[in-house]
Structures are given as structure tokens and as C-alpha cells.
Write a protein that binds this ligand. Structure first.
Ligand SMILES: *[C@@H]1O[C@H](CO)[C@@H](O)[C@H](O)[C@H]1NC(C)=O
Ligand SMILES: *[C@@H]1O[C@H](CO)[C@@H](O)[C@H](O)[C@H]1NC(C)=O
Ligand SMILES: *[C@@H]1O[C@H](CO)[C@@H](O)[C@H](O)[C@H]1NC(C)=O
Ligand SMILES: *[C@@H]1O[C@H](CO)[C@@H](O)[C@H](O)[C@H]1NC(C)=O
Ligand SMILES: *[C@@H]1O[C@H](CO)[C@@H](O)[C@H](O)[C@H]1NC(C)=O
Length: 220
């Protein structure tokens, strides 16, 4: 298990730079509005926050917005001692954003971030900014954390929109189905067709090598 996670983290890290350096995507089969939204939240998924660009002018929508960081979470993992997540207020777009940065460290973080320590600042901000939309977003391993956090927060009755970019699978078919159909907010999982990360635990790679993982549906 530890070996799988280590390999998987390595691959995820190698892939992390690709998000913002990729060719400009083209819109196919989805509305322009949805395409624009996906492009916008990709900036948050790429780690842009509070005036910090995600890379060479690629995150202008977020850097030019009026945003404030109200909480940050540090990784406890041996692999990454840095900041692994933020709660941001985006006053321009009236959003409360929970953003996980990739790579967030591995299993310890998954366990840590499921606790209310992550969700408490969101709950607090909600009380103050009642009309703001709640959005959880992340890329790669960060997307996996955002998915688990959104699933949990929804079980408390809150509406959360999830934007998941290049997430590995977070669980089996039953869990994926449950999260995909949660009524509290919309779920958007995006994947590049050539990216191995979203497929690495699925696609027949099931037992005995990996547990029987599945993915959220639909895939954009
Ligand atoms: C992002 O920036 C582009 C170019 O400046 C603009 O056309 C678009 O409306 C912006 N999107 C959002 C959500 O602010
Ligand atoms: C950003 O938004 C906050 C909350 O609405 C407001 O108090 C502040 O003045 C805004 N800052 C700028 C630079 O617009
Ligand atoms: C998180 O780590 C950064 C350095 O990576 C440090 O500056 C910051 O104080 C830490 N924050 C918390 C809440 O521990
Ligand atoms: C976590 O926070 C939510 C509110 O956001 C609350 O409803 C729930 O009871 C809390 N769970 C625990 C285990 O403290
Ligand atoms: C939550 O989101 C759903 C759609 O995803 C919407 O129908 C419902 O009205 C929302 N509830 C609240 C309290 O905003």
C-alpha cells in the first residue's frame, strides 16, 4: 500500500506542472458558459490564491479578483511540509473557496483533512457571507482531497459545488455513485483523456493489485 502511494505521488507530482502549461483547451460538446467556468476554476485548481499567480500570467481572473485567505492548512506528511490547502474569500465572484494544492502530501493529509479542522473556517465564513457560493476545488491529489471534503460537507446539509481536475479515484463504485448523486450542489470532475492519474486505480487494475476503485460520473 505504502509503495503504491509513493509511486502514485511521484507520478502525480510529475504531472502537476502540466495543468497550467498545457495548450489552451478548446470547447467541445459543453456550453460556452460551462467551458468558461471550468477555465476559471482551473486557476484555483492550479494553486492560484490571494494575489499569487499559478504561473506566468496564467491565472489573471483570480489574481485580478478581490480575494483574501482566511485559513491555510499545512501538510503533516514527511513528503511535503508546506502549505497544502487554503480557504479563500473571493469577493469579486462571491465565493467561499476551499482549495487544495497539489501535491498535498499523502495519506496523513487525507485523514487530517477529513476532520472538521478543514471545514470549520468554511462554516464560519458561510455565517458571515450568506449569499456566497461554496466551491471546493483541487488538482490531482488535491482534487481527491477536495472530493472527500465536499462529500463530507454535503452530509452536514451544506451545498458545495465541486470542481475536480485530474483526480485519482477516491473510492469504490458505491462511494463514487454516492458522491456523484449527492443533491447538495453540483459535481464536476474533469480529466484529460491522456492523463493516467484519473485512470490509474481503475480500468481493470482491480484486485489483487489495487482495490476495486471507481470514478465520479460524469467525466468532462
Ligand atoms: C476571465 O478573464 C477573461 C479574459 O480577461 C474574461 O473574458 C472572462 O470573462 C473572465 N472570467 C471570469 C469568470 O471572470
Ligand atoms: C474587497 O472586498 C471586501 C469585502 O467586500 C471589501 O471590504 C474591500 O474593500 C474590497 N477591496 C478592494 C481592494 O476592492
Ligand atoms: C505552515 O507552514 C508555513 C511554511 O511552509 C509556515 O510559514 C506557516 O506558519 C505554517 N502555518 C501553520 C498554521 O502551521
Ligand atoms: C463538523 O462540522 C459540521 C458543521 O460544519 C457539524 O455539523 C458537524 O457536526 C461537525 N462534525 C464533528 C465530528 O464535529
Ligand atoms: C442546493 O443545490 C441544489 C442544486 O444542486 C439546489 O436545487 C438547491 O436549491 C440548493 N439548496 C440551497 C439551500 O441552496
Amino acid at each position: 500500500m505504502a509503495l503504491y502511494l509513493a509511486i502514485y505521488t511521484l507520478i502525480a507530482c510529475l504531472g502537476a506542472g502540466a495543468l497550467v502549461n498545457a495548450q489552451q483547451p478548446t470547447q467541445k460538446g459543453i456550453s460556452q458558459e460551462l467551458f468558461d467556468r471550468f477555465s476559471f476554476f482551473a486557476e484555483y485548481a492550479a494553486g492560484c490564491h490571494d494575489g499569487v499567480d499559478c504561473g506566468a500570467g496564467n491565472c489573471l481572473n483570480v489574481t485580478s479578483a478581490n480575494t483574501t485567505t482566511i485559513a491555510e492548512f499545512n501538510s503533516t506528511s514527511l513528503y511535503n511540509q508546506g502549505v497544502s490547502g487554503f480557504v479563500l474569500l473571493d469577493h469579486t465572484h462571491e465565493l467561499i473557496v476551499l482549495q487544495f494544492v497539489d501535491p498535498p502530501g499523502i495519506l496523513e493529509d487525507l485523514v487530517q483533512h477529513q476532520k472538521n479542522v478543514t471545514l470549520a473556517p468554511v462554516t464560519k465564513a458561510m455565517a458571515q457571507y450568506r449569499n456566497y457560493k461554496i466551491v471546493f476545488v483541487g488538482h490531482s491529489l488535491g482534487a481527491a482531497l477536495a472530493t472527500v471534503a465536499a462529500a463530507e460537507f454535503r452530509t452536514y446539509g451544506h451545498n458545495v459545488t465541486l470542481y475536480s481536475y485530474a483526480s485519482p479515484s477516491v473510492g469504490n463504485y458505491e462511494l463514487s455513485e454516492l458522491i456523484s448523486t449527492q443533491a447538495q450542489g453540483e459535481t464536476y470532475r474533469l480529466a484529460h483523456c491522456n492523463d493516467i492519474i484519473p485512470r490509474i486505480l481503475c480500468n481493470g487494475a482491480g484486485p489483487p493489485f489495487f482495490p476495486d476503485y471507481s470514478q465520479l460520473s460524469p467525466e468532462y
